[in-house]
Design a binder for this molecule. Structure first.
Ligand code: ATP
Ligand code: NCN
Length: 214
């Protein structure tokens, strides 16, 4: 029998953009997850505290995903104090979903930084890990030595996500568009630019209504 697979997509989402949404759609098409949980980081561990509050960032995620029945806003990191360590989020989600397969999603840039994450070697005890290629990153995926035995080709990875609760790594070579929140923030600081191909209109309207990123 196939196991339910839940995608976990953490990010600063400052703001959420079409690259994030394309990543989620590619994952849905590949893994047949029943849901993807978008988890905005309250205090991203490796970034300076965002000027835009976690509440605003979460509200933009909610708007961006509201029309998609398989996308869920998970605010669990907003309820915690201190840095938003992913291992703590996974611990919580594993308690909430003990029988399901959990798959942590991340872009290739995040994966290359993984050894700097809090208790990173324990991540695979809680979830699978799917790394998605990032078009604006020239280099190819460099697997961490600790992961070589856990890495499987994408077809086998999709099968493992339907058979095991955690423990495998996969790589999706299809790139979402080369969009970044950094680029969007820079563009928003110069009003008059057309960003409608980079983020949902509802998010753009929210940004304008609340005078964010000026
Ligand atoms: N265009 C993209 N292609 C592939 N992965 C992406 C893309 N944009 C973001 N991601 C991934 O989504 C996750 C959350 O990203 P994040 O919210 O930090 O957005 P970002 O665009 O990278 O932000 P910033 O430019 O502020 O660093 C990270 O794992 C990141 O690698
Ligand atoms: O747990 C950690 O130590 C850790 C370190 C860096 C990043 N993360 C998580 O990785 C996700 C993407 O991070 P960022 O900084 O690219 O938005 C987000 O959910 C962060 O909380 C987690």
């Amino acid at each position: 029998m196939k196991m339910e697979c839940i995608g976990i997509f953490g990010g600063t989402f400052n703001p959420i953009h079409n690259g994030h949404l394309a990543l989620a759609q590619t994952v849905l098409d590949t893994l047949h997850c029943t849901q993807i949980r978008f988890v905005p980081a309250a205090l991203p561990p490796h970034k300076t505290a965002p000027a835009v509050t976690a509440q605003h960032r979460a509200a933009m995620v909610k708007l961006a995903i509201q029309a998609h029945p398989q996308y869920v806003l998970d605010s669990c990191e907003l309820d915690r104090q201190g840095p938003s360590y992913t291992i703590e989020t996974l611990h919580l989600l594993r308690q909430r979903f003990p029988e399901q397969s959990l798959c942590l999603l991340m872009g290739q840039d995040s994966y290359q930084q993984l050894p700097t994450w809090h208790r990173w070697q324990e991540l695979l005890e809680y979830c699978h890990l799917l790394v998605v290629h990032r078009a604006d990153l020239a280099s190819r995926l460099v697997l961490h030595a600790e992961h070589t035995e856990k890495f499987v080709a994408i077809e086998a990875f999709a099968s493992q996500c339907a058979a095991a609760t955690h423990g495998f790594i996969g790589y999706l070579p299809e790139s979402p568009p080369a969009i970044s929140s950094t680029g969007i923030r820079a563009a928003l600081a110069h009003p008059g630019q057309n960003l409608s191909d980079q983020l949902p209109v509802s998010v753009l309207q929210y940004i304008q209504q609340h005078h964010l990123y000026l």
